[in-house]
Design a binder for this molecule. Structure first.
Ligand code: ZN
Length: 283
């Protein structure tokens, strides 16, 4: 299933994408797509509905983030060996875990805003994991049973705030608009092998990032298990799992950063695409 939320910011309604790529309204069946709709039982109830019987949503509405009420938005740093190299960092022995403020979450195609006083705003295509059931101290072999599904994420980052302002990374990761999620939450049953997904990102039509989840240092099961040793993971929590090479900071001969008017397009196999326009800071 491809679950989604559509409509103006703050007024999104629940929906799904049917096999023909048509958005169907789910609001007769669920209030929203949030933590209460992500358990195996709740997803089974939704999967039992015949999409052909649901109202077609006309036009091309805005997509909101496909999950409402994300409690924790966690992220993994330097999880692709080739990206660590371009960042001048060594491959971590244990996953680097940091936090993106949930206030940065927005729809997949909403405009990205360069923060005030920023000169190093950068892009990162990433696979996001949405937790479906509470996970505490879970073993790697059990970890994927706690995953409701997967989402496409742009882990936007301000490199000066992240790396040159005395720590922690969080300063450069949670700025407003730095967390586009979606367009869909693709349920885990629809993803054959989460460790073989192609990923890509273009800036102004030029391919900048090309990667595959098969080159992650720590795979999804290992990450869910690892993080659950340090904090409980709850339904609706999101872990974004790191980016392949090709970020702006790693460009040769010199870094390239986002500026007002730039366009970003990114995608992961089976998880859809995002399209963002970059705007200057506005109060
Ligand atoms: Zn990242």
């Amino acid at each position: 299933m491809k679950l989604l939320r559509y409509g103006p910011p703050g007024e999104e309604r629940p929906g799904l994408l049917d096999d023909q790529g048509v958005i169907r309204d789910l609001s007769a069946h669920v209030e929203d797509i949030g933590p209460d709709q992500l358990s195996p039982q709740a997803l089974k109830r939704l999967a039992a509905i015949d999409p052909a019987g649901l109202p077609v949503v006309p036009g091309a509405p805005r997509h909101g983030p496909p999950v409402k009420g994300v409690g924790k938005f966690l992220a993994i740093g330097l999880n692709f060996a080739d990206h660590a190299a371009e960042s001048g960092a060594s491959v971590p022995e244990e996953p680097i875990v940091f936090t993106k403020a949930t206030s940065c979450i927005q729809g997949p195609d909403d405009a990205v805003m360069i923060p005030r006083d920023s000169i190093k705003t950068d892009w990162e295509v990433e696979l996001g994991v949405v937790i479906g059931t509470t996970a505490r101290y879970v073993e790697e072999a059990e970890a994927l049973n706690h995953v409701a599904g997967y989402v496409l994420i742009n882990d936007l980052s301000e490199r000066e705030f992240q790396l040159e302002r005395g720590g922690s990374w969080d300063k450069g990761k949670g700025c407003d608009t730095f967390g586009p999620i979606g367009p869909w939450l693709v349920t885990a049953d629809e993803v054959d092998d989460v460790q073989t997904l192609g990923m890509w990102l273009d800036v102004n039509g030029t391919r900048m990032q090309t990667g595959n989840t098969d080159t992650m240092v720590f795979g999804v099961a290992a990450l869910v298990s690892y993080v659950s040793r340090f904090m409980a993971l709850h339904p609706g929590d999101v872990i974004t799992t790191g980016t392949p090479p090709g970020v702006g900071m790693g460009q040769k001969p010199s870094p390239i950063y986002l500026k007002a008017g730039d366009t970003i397009r990114l995608g992961i196999d089976g998880l859809g695409e995002q399209n963002q326009t970059v705007s200057a800071y506005r109060p």
